[in-house]
Ligand binder design. Structure first.
Ligand code: SF4
Length: 476
């Protein structure tokens, strides 16, 4: 319950025949909702004609039956859920983005953040490009359509554009006749595809979305790979593969992804269990019960219990009908919402020494509030265990860890944080043990820059979320 926001989720469908695709995308987006709750959209391709709908809000609210029925039929479709890490929460910035260009139409959905979007956008603007949105996704769309002028196919245009864009991106692109999936050379964000029994191909940010539409997982898309789905079947372009070491976001395993997803061969649930085991080995304590903070602390709490032998129990009941805490404007409202969102099961913690496991501590305020709820319910001691190392650096790859001033660990020693959160002991995941959470795949290569400061790419010159909306006085 870190209060961090995920990036985005992408979903694509390539069917052999025309059918009610929008519903399939709807189910897929519904299962990717945890990756973004600000806006969502679907574009359907019906015999080469692209039509879509997008709006602010969660999937369930935006896509009413009426909206879905209007969109429904086609042979291909794209969907997107968004938490904007670049640009305001504006309807215009919702995705997919659809563009009409000299060679046809294209829709694009993007997960991640570019590290050179500022330079690319300035260069395009100098050449006369006019942007409608403030998100870097439009920069990618422009680059692809520009490359399309001098290339033979849309996949060649994507391939050329990938030489220019740097940073984190998983793209699903739809032309009149093709669905294309592409993952950046570092593989920061997850992307996989599967196939349904009727031969319909599905591309999704996470495998849980394949499960939701009864598609069988085929494989993850490799870092740097472009996969094309068209009349000729499925083919892969690997010009960008193996050019860089893989840098999958380790925080996908700790917090962002759903535990029922498998990313690059590693089960998210199992990774969290292993994280909990590491915490139990590094920070043993005499206690009566282990509880996890719903949702992303639960699996690690089970891991801590399995390793330590201290019984696991359900310490909190989460109100499923409330939005995420960060939706609340202002700190006071956020604190009050913690109590509405989580209620302590008093019988589990009263008079007990409690091990409390959570995925991360960002500002520390939510954590302190949760601890106070436990103590108000009668917990004798609270021993906090955190399955992520302390956040010390911003993330440039599609999450909102972007200001050092808000990260409690930047300005406070662990002992100070222990006192501020009012726990008897505090143990963070050790950074050198992070590879172990990947089990046998510990050497796969991952990004841990927000903990270590070791960035796999150049870092952007301008990083503010609202970088394209600066006032005159703020511009350099
Ligand atoms: Fe993930 Fe942190 Fe790297 Fe960002 S900086 S991609 S959150 S590990």
């Amino acid at each position: 319950m870190s209060g961090l926001r995920e990036e985005c989720g992408v979903f694509g469908v390539y069917a052999k025949e025309r059918y009610a695709l929008a519903h399939t995308v709807y189910y897929g987006l519904f299962s990717l909702q945890h990756r973004g709750q600000e806006s969502c959209g679907i574009v359907v391709n019906d015999d080469g004609v692209l039509s879509g709908y997008k709006d602010l809000g969660i999937v369930n609210d935006v896509f009413t039956n009426e909206v879905l029925n209007k969109l429904s039929e086609g042979e291909m479709a794209l969907g997107h859920v968004r938490y904007g890490t670049t640009g305001t929460n504006d309807r215009l910035n919702a995705q997919p983005i659809t563009v009409n260009h000299i060679k046809g139409s294209m829709a694009l959905a993007h997960n991640g953040n570019l590290v050179n979007s500022h330079e690319l956008r300035s260069a395009l603007e100098l050449q006369g490009s006019i942007f409608q949105t403030t998100s870097d996704t439009e920069v990618i769309a422009y680059l692809i359509t520009k490359e399309r002028l001098t290339t033979n196919s849309i996949e060649d245009a994507v391939n050329s554009a990938m030489h220019k864009i740097k940073g984190a991106y998983c793209l699903v692109i739809m032309s009149s006749t093709k669905l294309i999936a592409a993952r950046d050379e570092h593989g920061f964000r997850p992307l996989c595809y599967g196939v349904k029994e009727d031969g319909t191909y599905i591309v999704a940010s996470e495998s849980c979305a394949l499960d939701a539409v009864s598609a069988k997982f085929v494989r993850d898309i490799e870092p740097g790979e472009i996969v094309v789905f068209d009349n000729d079947g499925v083919r892969s372009i690997r010009d960008h593969c193996k050019k860089n070491a893989k840098s999958l976001c380790i925080f996908e395993y700790i917090y962002f992804a759903r535990p029922d997803s498998v990313i690059d061969g590693v089960s998210v649930h199992s990774a969290r269990i292993r994280a909990g085991r590491c915490l139990a080995q590094d920070y043993p304590v005499e206690a009566d019960v282990v509880v996890g903070v719903p949702d992303s602390g639960l699996d690690a709490a089970v891991g801590y219990s399995l390793e330590s032998g201290i019984p696991y129990d359900i310490g909190f009941i989460k109100n499923k009908y409330i939005g995420r805490t960060f939706i609340a404007p202002g700190q006071k409202a956020r604190e009050d919402l913690v109590k509405i969102k989580l209620n302590v099961v008093k019988e589990v913690v009263e008079g007990k020494r409690v091990v409390l496991v959570d995925d991360s501590i960002v500002r520390g305020t939510t954590c302190a509030r949760i601890v106070s709820l436990l103590k108000e319910a009668g917990a004798k001691e609270v021993h906090m265990r955190v399955s992520a190392p302390p956040f010390l650096n911003p993330c440039y790859y599609g999450t909102d860890i972007d200001t050092r001033e808000n990260l409690i660990a930047v300005n406070h020693e662990i002992e100070e944080i222990r006192k501020m959160t009012n726990v008897e002991s505090l143990g963070y995941m050790k950074i050198d043990r992070l590879p172990e959470i990947l089990g046998e795949d510990k050497d796969m290569g991952f990004c841990n820059a927000c903990f270590s400061g070791d960035y796999p790419t150049e870092t952007p010159v301008q990083v503010a979320k609202f970088k394209f909306e600066q006032r005159i006085s703020e511009r350099g």
